[in-house]
Write a protein that binds this ligand. Structure first.
Ligand SMILES: [Zn+2]
Ligand SMILES: [Zn+2]
Ligand SMILES: [Zn+2]
Length: 113
């Protein structure tokens, strides 16, 4: 799992393909009818976070932040994210506490992050 092939709109729960770039998602952030748009600043509303903008270019570059570029990957499962903090937390909660080899995982954590 090196990159995302689809994302899910948090409002309507539809899956949006990102395999050909973010055009489908971009148009969805504009057209999704489940999103409330109180004023013109909500012309484009991010499918997964509170970000909104009136410019398609701004949304386009914003969407890249949610794209497949997630450099921090869990060494034990498919989990990945864009920051080391949540990953550390994930590995500790999901794997360190459940594991009998907690020494190994602590070591790996210190090496990897
Ligand atoms: Zn939607
Ligand atoms: Zn967003
Ligand atoms: Zn994991």
């Amino acid at each position: 799992l090196c990159c995302l092939t689809e994302v899910r709109c948090q409002y309507c729960k539809h899956s949006l393909s990102v395999s050909n770039g973010f055009e489908i998602v971009l148009s969805h952030t504009k057209s999704c009818t489940y999103i409330s748009r109180p004023d013109h600043n909500y012309r484009f509303v991010c499918y997964t976070c509170p970000y909104h903008t009136t410019y398609s270019q701004s949304m386009k570059s914003h969407l890249r932040k949610h794209s497949g570029e997630k450099p921090y990957k869990c060494l034990f499962c498919d989990y990945h994210c864009t920051q080391s903090g949540p990953l550390r937390r994930h590995m500790k909660i999901k794997h360190l506490m459940e594991s009998s080899n907690s020494h190994d995982i602590t070591y790996v954590l210190d090496q990897a992050l």
